[in-house]
Design a binder for this molecule. Structure first.
Ligand code: SAM
Ligand code: DTB
Ligand code: SF4
Length: 332
């Protein structure tokens, strides 16, 4: 499939449009490619928390910063099963599991594969985010039935080394290529509000849109400022600029699901409503993200009702059938 590549200038030109023109264009594109009132719902679980060797300067889980986080071992399978069944009951269609690794060992990967199987038994889609992968590891995940792999490019190539020095954006793109080659859906986005410029935001979206194939899922996170990290005191991004970024992502990647990801707990309902109008059609739902609090689940339900939004049930999800397994009780 050949499609015209976007230039950075074209991306920047979209950012520079009057807000109403940009939002109108984004909503038009959105309606041509998606049900305007359906929102995909994912739930997150941290399966291995803290003590990460990478130095991502936004992250609570990097071993380099004292964020007060307790290091945890890999979560037992039964706890994953319980959390997955709870997420399905609450209406999630995808269950995403995150590990604070630079990359998994083959042994660690086998443990995660058992978790993927447990999630698939519930009928939900399964997603994992484990750091960098080798081609054979991506293949193993595909064979296990993994639907999505999340691996964010996080920011522009130009701003990257101000955020992370222990890897390059090229390393990230290499893993995305392995995921794509294995036939797994790609989930890749980044963080806004880290002190990057509008040019950086345009360049970041440009890199995503110009991948061999744009990601099926594009999470846009508003930085959650974690005390103890180098980004604890970065000035907050103007929400209007965040909404613009959602709109530009929608226009540049018309078929992708754009996820309004971390940072929703700090956004008013009105800002979130604008993000949905700008083309966001996916959220994280549930009390927690990985280590930070998420928006309140009851408030999310009320917001969906108020806005007339409905949870999207992806093709291939078996949410109308009983789960293949029952949640086992765990003492927690
Ligand atoms: N270690 C794996 C990796 O880096 O790919 C998986 C987990 S990592 C926490 C997943 C993503 O969460 C990061 O790439 C980043 O985009 C996002 N993230 C982490 N901390 C965040 C924060 N404080 N605010 C917003 N997004 C954050
Ligand atoms: C993504 O883009 N955002 C999620 C998910 N992918 C793995 C993670 C957000 C983490 C927010 C901060 C925290 O919970 O520690
Ligand atoms: Fe580690 Fe991922 Fe956090 Fe970076 S974002 S420190 S790789 S857990």
């Amino acid at each position: 499939m050949s499609r015209p590549a976007w230039s950075k200038q074209e991306a920047l030109d979209l950012f520079e449009k009057p807000f109403n023109d940009l939002l109108f264009q984004a909503q038009q594109v959105h309606r041509e490619h998606h049900d305007p009132n359906a929102v995909q719902v994912s739930t997150l679980l941290s399966i291995k928390t803290g003590a990460c060797p990478e130095d991502c300067s936004y992250c609570s889980q990097s071993a380099r910063y004292d964020t007060g986080l307790e290091r945890e071992r890999l979560l037992p399978l039964d706890e994953v099963r319980t959390a997955a069944h709870r997420a399905r009951e609450k209406g999630a269609s995808r269950f995403c599991m995150g590990a604070a690794w630079r990359n998994p060992t083959d042994r660690q990967l086998e443990n995660v594969i058992d978790m993927v199987r447990v999630v698939k038994e519930t009928g939900m889609e399964a997603c994992v985010t484990l750091g960098m992968l080798k081609p054979a590891q991506a293949q193993r995940l595909k064979e296990a039935g993994l639907d999505y792999y999340n691996h964010n490019i996080d920011t522009s190539a130009e701003f990257y080394d101000q955020v992370i020095t222990t890897r390059s954006i090229e390393d990230r793109i290499e893993t995305l290529d392995h995921v794509r080659d294995a036939g797994i859906n790609v989930c890749s986005g980044g963080i806004l509000g880290m002190g990057e410029s509008r040019e950086d935001r345009a360049s970041f979206l440009n890199t995503l849109a110009n991948l061999k194939q744009p990601p099926e899922s594009v999470p846009l996170n508003m930085l959650v400022r974690i005390p103890g990290t180098p980004m604890a005191d970065v000035p907050a991004l103007d929400p209007i600029e965040f909404i613009r970024t959602v709109a530009v992502a929608r226009i540049m990647m018309p078929d992708s699901h754009v996820r309004l990801s971390a940072g929703r707990e700090g956004m008013s309902e009105a800002i979130q409503a604008w993000c949905f109008f700008a083309g966001a059609n996916s959220i994280f739902y549930g009390e927690k993200l990985l280590t930070a609090d998420n928006a309140d689940a009851a408030e999310d339900e009320a917001m969906f009702a108020k806005l007339g939004l409905t949870p999207l049930v992806p093709e291939g999800c078996r949410l109308d059938e009983p789960a293949d397994s029952e949640p086992r009780s765990v003492s927690a």
